[in-house]
Design a protein around this ligand. Sequence first.
Ligand code: ATP
Length: 237
Amino acid sequence: MTNALDILTLRAGYGAINVLWDVSLSVETGKTTVIVGPNGAGKTTLLRAIMGLVPATSGDIRVDGQSRKAMKTWDRVADGLVMIPEGRMIFPDMTVEDNLMMGAFPPGCRREWKRNKAMVMDMFPRLAERRGQIAGTLSGGEAQMLAIGRGLMEQPRVCLIDEPSLGLAPVVVDEIFRILARLRAEGLTILLVEQNTSRALKIADHVHLMQSGKVVLSERGDRVDLERLHALYFAHE
Ligand code: ATP
């Protein structure tokens, strides 16, 4: 089967500062692929490069086998690459419902917004209860749910999720991981960046460890040698 997403010897960075050094990895359709690694390893930069928010200087980004490297970010979104960024980035002055509607903006999603909104409300009853509430007044966990819900409104072919558990209380982290497990079970294709390695591994079909802008370990989720992973993880700290 063609992979949903292939990253091929990708280099990217910020102006003269190169961050990603020939990163290669694939995201299988319908599976959850997890990227772990310490602060500054380049995980967020990789997601931003996939979206075209950071320019790729060499290598390629392919969706269903087709190069997307030359595409504008907006066109990548319309094509089904959806990023749920670290820090949620919801619109704080808008209601929950209006935030969700912002996710229905890509052309192909407008027709389906009613069905998609019903699906999101069903998945997140808390958002349904708070549909008229101003998003800036939500708790951290609710805001993360809203960010995920808005991403789902964009009908992702591949959903890139950056550190969804960051800054949340343990019981809320449990809830976020339950949601991720459900999305995985429903066959959503997910590329998840997480620092919470032990939690992320429980829902990972494939795992990649990044260090200093490189992928230094790639394993199937059920074959990860935790000791080796941790030894590598802390090797450069
Ligand atoms: P974290 O978990 O801390 O977000 P990360 O693995 O996601 O870590 P990145 O945020 O991708 O790492 O950062 C990788 C490197 O790129 C770091 O050295 C960082 O300082 C640098 N970097 C990130 N954003 C910028 C920027 N806007 N301009 C210049 N350098 C940046």
